[in-house]
Ligand binder design. Structure first.
Ligand SMILES: Cc1ncc(COP(=O)(O)O)c(C=O)c1O
Length: 488
C-alpha cells in the first residue's frame, strides 16, 4: 500500500477559479506517478480512504481512478488499483520534464533542396507575380452559387465525396478544355487536385521513383522544382530561350528524363511561347524515351494579343502529356482547385491507386465551380478579367518606360498576369527585391527562378494582376531609385 500521506501534502484547492477537484486529483496522481513518488506496482489508497482524507466525495476519487486506468497510469483489478509498470526508458523519460540536452532532430535531406522564396502574405502586396485581381472577384455571385449548391445537396456535400473529384466538375472541365484549350480528354481522365501544385505532386508520385531524372525549365516555376525535390528526383535544369524550353539533342542520350516540366503557352517566368517545331520535337522525343511531359497551362486564359494558343496536349492523339490546369488565376488562389488530365495509358492502370491515395473533399467548392462554368458565369468573369489585365499590363509597361530610369528589357506579356523585366547584370535583383519588400511591394527576383542563374537571369518578375493601374508610376519610380542606389 502506498503511503497516502504523499498525496495529502496539501489539500485540494477550492473556491472560485480553482480547477474541479476531480481534475486536480488526476493531475496530482499523474505527477506523483511520473516523478516516481508512487512507484510501479504500488497500491493506491482505497477510494473511500482517500476521499475521507481529502474531504471530497468518493465518487470523485472513483472517477479519477477510472481516468488514470484509461490512460494507462494505473491498473485496476480485484485486489485494488496499482501503479502501472513502466519500462526503464519510459520511467527515465517521464522523470525528465525537459531533456538535459535537446537531441539533434534529423529532417529529411531533401528539405535542404527546397528553400523558401516567398514573402509572407505575398498575395496581398502590389507587384506579386501571379495573384489575380482579388478585389474584382464577383464575390456575391460566388456566394449565391455556393448557397444554391448547398441547398441542392445539403447532407451529401458534407461527406468525403469521390476521391478524384465531383463528376459535375470533371465533366464541366472536360467540356471547357476541349472547346477552349483544344485538349483531348473526357471526364474519366480528369483528377481534381489541390491546385496545380497537387497535380504536380501527383505526377511525381504516379510516374517516378527516387533518383529518376526530371527536366525543369530554367529559369522556371519554383513550385515544380519543389515538387520534384520532394520526390527525390534528380532535377536537371534546361535553359529557356525566346522559343521556350531548348533541349540539346544529346541531352536525351546523356540523362533521359522520366518527367519534363514545361509551360508551353506562356513560359513562367520569361513569357516565351514554345514554338511548334519544338513542341512536335519534344512530343516525339519524349515518346521514344518513355518520358512524360507535364504541360502546366496555368494562365493561358488571359491571352492579350492574337488568337489563343492551343494546348500541346491536343497536338497529337495519345500525346505523352499530363495536362495540368488551375483555377488559382482564373478564380482565386485560396480556392485550391486544380486538375490533372491523365493520358489514356496512365489513367487505366493508375486510377485504382489514385482513388486509394486521395480523399476527395472540398465538395461545396467543386459543385459551385461546376455550376459557375455551366451557367456561363466563369466565361463572363474571364472576359472581364482579360480586359482588366490588358489595361493593367499597358499601364505597367508605360510606367516602366517612363519611370524605371535604368536600361531594361521587357519580356513576354502576350498572356497572363505578369511581366518580366530583365536588368543589366550590375544591378542585383535580389537586393532590389529585399528592399522593395520593406517598401511594401513584392516583385520577385528573376534569378531566384533559376537553378544556376546566368547573367541574363537578372531582373524582376512583376505581377500586375492584383495591382490597380494608377499605382504603377509610383511603384516603378521607387524601384528605379532602388536600382540606381544598389547598382554595383
Ligand atoms: C507556372 C505556374 N503553375 C501553376 C501555378 C498555380 O499553382 P496553384 O494552382 O497550386 O496555385 C502558378 C502560380 O503562380 C504558376 O506560376
Amino acid at each position: 500500500m502506498i503511503d497516502s500521506a504523499a498525496l495529502l501534502s496539501s489539500p485540494l484547492a477550492r473556491g472560485p477559479g480553482a480547477l474541479p477537484r476531480q481534475r486536480q486529483l488526476i493531475q496530482r496522481l499523474k505527477q506523483a506517478i511520473l516523478a516516481g513518488q508512487l512507484p510501479a506496482g504500488g497500491k493506491l489508497p482505497a477510494s473511500r480512504v482517500l476521499a475521507d482524507e481529502l474531504a471530497i466525495s468518493r465518487n470523485t476519487v472513483l472517477i479519477a481512478y477510472e481516468q488514470l486506468t484509461a490512460e494507462g497510469y494505473v491498473i485496476a483489478d480485484r485486489q485494488g488499483t496499482r501503479v502501472a509498470p513502466l519500462s526503464a526508458a519510459a520511467a527515465s523519460a517521464a522523470k525528465q520534464a525537459t531533456p538535459p540536452e535537446a537531441p539533434a532532430f534529423r529532417t529529411a535531406q531533401r528539405l535542404s533542396r527546397i528553400v523558401a522564396t516567398r514573402a509572407p502574405n505575398d498575395g496581398a502586396l502590389p507587384l506579386t507575380p501571379g495573384t489575380p485581381a482579388l478585389t474584382q472577384f464577383p464575390l456575391n455571385a460566388w456566394r449565391r452559387a455556393q448557397d444554391r449548391a448547398l441547398q441542392a445537396a445539403p447532407a451529401a456535400t458534407l461527406g468525403y465525396g469521390p476521391p478524384v473529384g465531383e463528376p459535375a466538375l470533371r465533366e464541366a472541365i472536360a467540356q471547357y478544355l476541349r472547346v477552349s484549350r483544344g485538349v483531348r480528354c473526357d471526364a474519366e481522365r480528369i483528377v481534381i487536385t489541390e491546385g496545380a501544385q497537387g497535380a504536380l505532386a501527383l505526377c511525381v508520385q504516379l510516374l517516378t521513383n527516387p533518383g529518376d531524372t526530371a527536366w525543369l525549365e530554367e529559369p522556371g516555376y519554383r513550385g515544380a522544382k519543389a515538387a520534384f525535390h520532394a520526390g527525390d528526383l534528380n532535377v536537371v535544369a534546361m535553359r529557356v530561350d525566346a522559343d521556350g524550353i531548348a533541349i540539346a539533342d544529346d541531352a536525351w542520350d546523356k540523362q533521359a528524363p522520366r518527367l519534363i516540366q514545361t509551360t508551353p503557352t506562356h513560359q513562367y517566368p520569361t513569357g516565351a511561347v514554345l514554338s511548334l517545331a519544338r513542341r512536335l520535337d519534344l512530343l516525339e522525343r519524349a515518346r521514344l524515351a518513355g518520358a512524360w511531359i507535364i504541360e502546366d497551362d496555368y494562365d493561358s486564359e488571359f491571352r492579350h494579343q492574337g488568337e489563343p494558343i492551343a494546348a500541346m496536349q491536343g497536338l497529337l492523339p495519345d500525346a505523352p502529356v499530363l495536362y495540368v490546369g488551375t483555377f488559382s488565376k482564373t478564380m482565386f488562389p485560396a480556392l485550391r482547385l486544380g486538375f490533372l488530365v491523365l493520358p489514356q495509358a496512365i489513367a487505366g492502370p493508375a486510377m485504382p491507386s489514385i482513388v486509394e491515395m486521395l480523399r476527395g473533399g472540398h465538395r461545396l467548392e467543386q459543385l459551385t465551380m461546376a455550376a459557375f462554368i455551366e451557367n456561363g458565369q466563369f466565361s463572363r468573369h474571364l472576359g472581364r478579367m482579360r480586359r482588366l489585365y490588358r489595361e493593367r499590363q499597358a499601364a505597367l509597361r508605360e510606367a516602366l518606360a517612363q519611370h524605371l530610369g535604368v536600361d531594361h528589357e521587357v519580356l513576354g506579356g502576350h498572356s497572363g498576369l505578369h511581366l518580366t523585366v530583365r536588368l543589366p547584370p550590375d544591378i542585383p535583383d535580389r537586393a532590389i527585391v529585399e528592399q522593395a519588400r520593406k517598401l511594401g511591394m513584392n516583385p520577385n527576383a528573376l534569378s531566384t527562378f533559376a537553378v544556376t542563374p546566368q547573367p541574363q537571369d537578372n531582373g524582376l518578375v512583376m505581377g500586375y494582376g492584383n495591382t490597380s493601374a494608377d499605382r504603377f508610376p509610383a511603384l516603378v519610380k521607387q524601384l528605379g531609385k532602388l536600382a540606381k542606389t544598389l547598382r554595383a
